[in-house]
Write a protein that binds this ligand. Structure first.
Ligand code: WTA
Length: 636
């Protein structure tokens, strides 16, 4: 188990040096000692940034579910793999052992096969946070189908776009979902989406809220009766190391969402390795990540990373404020959670509530706290550290992306001293650098730059589904020979990294990446709108909120602004989902543009952030006069 589990700082430096000096030996040892392979690799790594082509453990054969499930049966068969904590406190939690998970996954795999799903087929999963979601992803992996999980908060339109982009043949969903006091008609959303998805042949529906829903003859089937009839044995498909494992969509600054493709071996090795170290997971610990499996955090650190380590992983169906703001702490006490992983937006919302919600519960089981998704501000960091961690559970501020597959920069708890707002040091095998706008590497400390990586790591995304050109352009063309993240960062004198936020037109709202272009497209669909631009502005809880500038068509100038605002937000909800709604909408007669006609978002951002005094020179604009109008009417 050399290198696999880092326990102190010196060991980190030692391991890190080795990982950089001899990356292939480093990853080879980890792969050899901690996983089961059907066939060994011929070569540890082959690839280059030029062609954006990466192959890890080339020639190896494996099945990731054998690593996540089968191999644990002998020693951990009765150990709980998944604790399912339902939305309602009235409903009992479920403890699913590794043996039970094995049976569930095999049955589900056989059901998929029965629907004609084969290796390489794409399966869209649109399910709430119920055990079927985790089981469905693993069942796809077992038979070599490629899962594409779509977060069950996306609208029918967003769902349809994703289904069509990757030609999914089947959709797995449920009759509905619970979210706090509300229920959501998921199947209705699927039905609407499928009106524009001719490639979908079947829909399997899990029962969750037990409502009467229409089932389309010949297309829709209830899942449970099929599972009841299925065999609990399903031979895992033997996969090539570089066969696709899943597609997961993430927003870009322009255009369609990008279907990031991850493959088998490298993804497995890296997520398992980082899980073990970042959470310092020990046998019999209970680990809980509050993310939804619809996002990369859930894929890597609810499902694959924990299960590959034989861990106990909690899946929570509900929300932090139901039945009240003590729910997270109640769950930690109830399941004696040792590692807790959440997002700054949740931390800020929880910190605002009365401290009695925290004090009521025994949080002494906690050993490690994690944060992910956006920069964690100093105040939130201290609250998390003091009120939740009681200053004894180190915070792992983990920086990574859908594209990176796993955690790239993070303290290793109990080894790396933590520093508020700093994600700190790179994981072994990861070589970050900071670049300036001209493409030079920044060597000095405390200088704002752009975060890039100099070498490939095992779980780097392999492509954008169906569009390798866009993949190359987005990530590998900004800085030659480097992977560009889209994030700004700086480095302190000891080499700790602090992430400052996106430097492109992606806006992170409550930890969700939102591209400005699709939101603007949705706004522009409103028949009263001539043109629009959105920017982010700081928000206490969400981190960023959205500010829209909208030019109305002449015919709509007299219309009631509040009604228009509601209608515009409804358009966004319909096209993307409620997460992308605007907090503020300012109507304006123009937008500041460059002489080549490009909207100067920098100016719009400054105004929305109440920093109009820092606009700089605006005289070179095509229409400088509009800037004053925008400042005069800003909604603060
Ligand atoms: C941001 C989530 C600061 C960042 C795993 C990145 C962070 C984007 C952090 C990816 C962090 C994530 N500190 N910013 N610890 N973690 N981000 O693809 O801007 O949903 O580029 O992956 O979130 O978001 P994604």
């Amino acid at each position: 188990m050399s290198n696999y589990h880092i326990k102190h700082l010196e060991e980190y430096f030692h391991v890190y040096r080795k990982s950089v000096n001899e990356p292939e030996n480093f990853w080879e040892e980890i792969a050899e000692e901690n996983f089961v392979w059907r066939k060994r690799w011929d070569k540890v790594f082959e690839g280059d940034f030029e062609n954006a082509k990466f192959e890890w453990f080339k020639g190896a054969k494996l099945n990731i579910t054998e690593n996540c499930i089968d191999r644990h049966l002998r020693t951990r068969g009765d150990k709980t793999a998944i604790i399912f904590e339902p939305n309602s406190t009235e409903e009992k939690a479920q403890h699913i052992t590794y043996q039970q998970l094995y049976e569930k996954v095999n049955k589900f795999s056989n059901v998929l096969k029965g629907q004609g799903i084969q290796k390489g087929d794409r399966v869209c999963i649109y399910l709430p946070m119920i055990p079927e979601l985790a089981v469905a992803t693993l069942a796809c992996a077992r038979i070599g189908a490629i899962h594409s999980v779509v977060f069950a908060g996306f609208s029918s339109n967003a769902l349809a776009t994703r289904i069509n982009d990757s030609d999914c043949k089947i959709v797995l969903t449920s009759d509905g979902s619970y979210r706090g006091k509300k229920t959501i008609d998921l199947k209705g959303i699927v039905d609407e989406a499928l009106e524009t998805c001719p490639g979908v042949e079947s829909v399997l529906v899990a029962k969750r809220i037990n409502t009467d829903i229409p089932m389309k003859e010949g297309r829709d089937k209830w899942l449970q009766p099929l599972l009841d009839k299925a065999s609990a044995e399903c031979e895992p498909e033997v996969m090539d190391a570089e066969d696709p494992l899943f597609i997961l969509y993430t927003s870009g600054s322009t255009g369609m969402p990008k279907g990031m493709l991850h493959t088998q071996a490298g993804y497995m090795v890296f997520t398992a390795y980082t899980f073990k170290n970042v959470f310092q997971y020990r046998e019999n610990d209970v680990y809980w990540c509050t993310a939804d499996i619809g996002w990369i955090t859930g894929h890597s650190y609810i499902v694959y990373g924990p299960l590959a380590n034989g861990a106990t992983t909690v899946m929570f169906e509900g929300v932090p404020n139901y039945p009240d703001w003590g729910r997270f702490w109640e769950i930690i006490e109830k399941h004696k959670v040792n590692q807790f992983y959440t997002a700054p937006t949740a931390i800020r919302a929880l910190a605002k509530e009365d401290s009695s919600f925290v004090e009521k519960y025994d949080l002494s089981s906690l050993k490690v706290l994690g944060s992910v998704g956006e920069p964690i501000n100093e105040e939130a960091w201290h609250w998390y550290n003091d009120s939740i961690g009681k200053k004894k559970s180190p915070i792992a501020d983990t920086w990574w992306q859908t594209e990176t597959g796993g955690i790239m920069i993070s303290p290793i708890p109990y080894s790396t001293p933590t520093k508020p707002t700093y994600a700190s040091l790179p994981m072994p095998g990861i070589v970050p650098c900071l670049m300036d706008k001209e493409g030079n590497e920044i060597i000095e400390n405390q200088v704002n730059g752009r975060l890039a990586f100099k070498t490939a790591w095992p779980s780097i995304a392999r492509t954008i589904w169906g569009n390798h050109k866009r993949y190359k352009e987005t990530y590998f063309s900004t800085y030659k020979g480097k992977y560009f993240t889209g994030d700004g960062a700086l480095r302190d004198e000891v080499g700790y990294y602090r992430i400052t936020g996106r430097v492109d037109d992606v806006i992170i709202v409550s930890g969700h990446n939102l591209g400005s272009a699709p939101i603007e497209d949705a706004i522009n669909e409103h028949q009263a709108v001539a043109e629009s631009a959105i920017v982010g502005f700081p928000h206490d809880i969400k981190g960023n909120a959205l500010y829209g500038y909208v030019i109305l068509k002449d015919a709509a100038l007299e219309r009631d602004h509040d009604i228009l605002r509601k209608e515009i937000n409804q358009k966004i909800t319909d096209r993307i989902g409620p997460i992308a709604k605007l907090d503020k909408i300012q109507f304006t007669s123009g937008l500041p543009k460059t002489r080549s006609g490009k909207i100067m978002r920098r100016i719009l951002r400054k105004v929305a952030c109440n920093e109009a005094d820092q606009l700089g020179d605006t005289s070179t604009l095509l229409n400088p006069e509009v800037v004053q109008e925008i400042i005069d009417n800003v909604l603060l």
